[in-house]
Design a protein around this ligand. Structure first.
Ligand SMILES: Cc1cc2nc3c(=O)[nH]c(=O)nc-3n(C[C@H](O)[C@H](O)[C@H](O)COP(=O)(O)O)c2cc1C
Length: 198
């Protein structure tokens, strides 16, 4: 299955992007294909002017359309998700996440704004008609130290949360694949069949 890692931090290096990459590496273990999309790399003027004819924006929107699951990561900015992530989400059609699984995650400077994911980002994602928005993962930047040689070293509690989130997404991707296989095996028009009593 195709999983898109959608990064909403304007910074580089980015703790959020590192967390997304870690999640992507875990998802690749059972064989899922991951693609990367960092909003910061899209052309800024086209993004702000919602220029859907811009080739880079069109490609990014196609990446979303082709994904079976989207892992959306954002830093907490001013008690909400980042502005550049919103500029991109605003370009998606009203049902831009239809049929997809979504795993939201965020990093923040403190625990104080951990609910930002649920009161700010989740309603926006839910409005795009996804199949399911999974429970969010939140970590402070202090819980995600970076070692130049060993990479991201999540604190134990966050490591466990990442494991649980990835396991749930893998499980739901499996269910989605099974659901699609059943749908594909049904004869055309089977959903219209009605039984008429003799
Ligand atoms: C402009 C700005 C606003 C921020 N606002 C908040 C905030 O309201 N609450 C919070 O917990 N952290 C806040 N932070 C801290 C970032 O969320 C935190 O450092 C995050 O891990 C950065 O992720 P990144 O490296 O992926 O950009 C803010 C940081 C910046 C630069």
């Amino acid at each position: 299955m195709n999983v898109l890692l959608l990064g909403g931090s304007p910074s580089a290096p980015s703790t959020t992007w590192r967390l997304l990459q870690l999640v992507g590496e875990r998802l690749a273990l059972p064989g899922h294909r991951t693609q990367a999309l960092q909003v910061r790399e899209l052309p800024a003027v086209a993004l702000l002017r919602a220029d859907l004819h811009d080739p880079a924006l069109a490609h990014a929107l196609a990446q979303v359309a082709q994904a079976d699951a989207v892992v959306v990561g954002t830093p907490v900015y001013k008690a909400s998700f980042s502005g550049i992530l919103k500029t991109f989400l605003d370009l998606l059609p009203q049902d831009g996440l239809v049929g997809k699984l979504v795993l939201p995650l965020a990093t923040g400077g403190s625990q104080s704004h951990m609910l930002a994911l649920d009161y700010a980002l989740r309603p926006v994602l839910a409005s795009l008609a996804p199949r399911h928005v999974l429970p969010s993962i939140y970590a402070t930047s202090a819980q995600l130290p970076w070692d130049p040689e060993r990479g991201l070293l999540p604190a134990p509690a966050i490591g466990a949360r990442i494991d649980a989130g990835v396991a749930q997404l893998v499980h739901e991707l499996q269910q989605l694949a099974q659901h699609r296989a059943v749908q594909a095996a049904r004869p055309a028009g089977a959903h219209l069949a009605v039984s008429i009593p003799a």
